[in-house]
Design a binder for this molecule. Sequence first.
Ligand SMILES: Cc1ncc(COP(=O)(O)O)c(C=O)c1O
Length: 384
Amino acid sequence: MNGMKSSAIRELLKLTERPEIISFAGGLPAPELFPIDAMMRVSADVLENDGKAALQYTTTEGFLPLRRFIANRMKVQHVETCEQEILITSGSQQGLDFAGRVFLDEGDVVVCERPSYLGAINAFRAYQCQFKDVPMDDDGMRMDLLEETLKTTERVKFIYAIPDFQNPTGRTMSVERRRTLVELARKYNVLILEDNPYGELRFEGEILPAIKHFDTEGRVIYLGTMSKTFCPGLRIGWVSASPDVVNRFTIAKQGADLQSSTIAQRQAAKFVENYNLDDHVQRIISVYRKRRDLMLSGMEKEFPKGIEFTRPQGGLFTWVTLPRGFNAEKILERALEQKVAFVPGASFFACGGNENTFRMNYSNMSEERIVEGVKRLGHVLRTL
Ligand SMILES: Cc1ncc(COP(=O)(O)O)c(C=O)c1O
């Protein structure tokens, strides 16, 4: 525990929970899109028709019809798999923890993107690993620099990547780089941990093939979740991997919590049986696309020159880079005085630095609040 810090995002979220704050800090979905009426019917149906089973223990691997649905759904990401290769987890966050538990010994190295998802960095850090982070450009992790790292670093266990609309940058790894990534992993004999909560939330163009699509030898462990395409409260995530890896993760899960909630799994399975998940995802996309457009056009108008930001084609976040020498944490203090919040970027860097960056979320605030919040933030930045 000595090496671990409390997550900066969690601490911040406490601050930004106050209703008067326009918060671009969290990564929460829009709650008004949760299918509450449908879930009331689904929950009643589950309890009326399968009540005893729904309140009973289930298998560690998870509720079979849900595993089957997920295995089939992976086709959207161009991945062919079957239910034996799916383990239900309590959110993909649990899959991150299990990856650490199964693969990392003290001193092992995790290669990740620079920057990367703070929740993953913290999950791995608990297993006393070290990090090597690889710079990104607009096409994701730089493969030339990745190869350099793999060539010169011993004890690399896996490469952790978030290929679509990455948290925190909103960037997407190009298809070409996905292919190269798998080739490099083979060449240097390491695994890939692909974490993809956002791939289906694509506002323009076609959904890209997952990194796992290019894997022919069970080298890629894919983590999925219903948190962003359905709702995070049910805590339904999954691991899609070779039967051998799924078996190891299942043993890890037996030690952690025996199984994910039986009733939540049955509710999710019943929802996707009775309702069309694609229609639901399309509704989310059309709302988030509008919010992204408003945020980006607001930032173009209100932010002073010299500030850069990404233009994500999906997902929940854009990433802002200030000129060198600016400190986003200090700016946050000023922004909070104007009742607007974001997440300073430094904590997303496994190897430190980069205080001149911050992350903005556009999924959770209404259109009016996005316009107003960006205006206030622009004012703070211009003043500075
Ligand atoms: C990249 C990434 N991975 C994993 C998670 C964890 O999500 P969950 O445990 O709700 O599936 C998140 C949540 O924001 C995330 O952004």
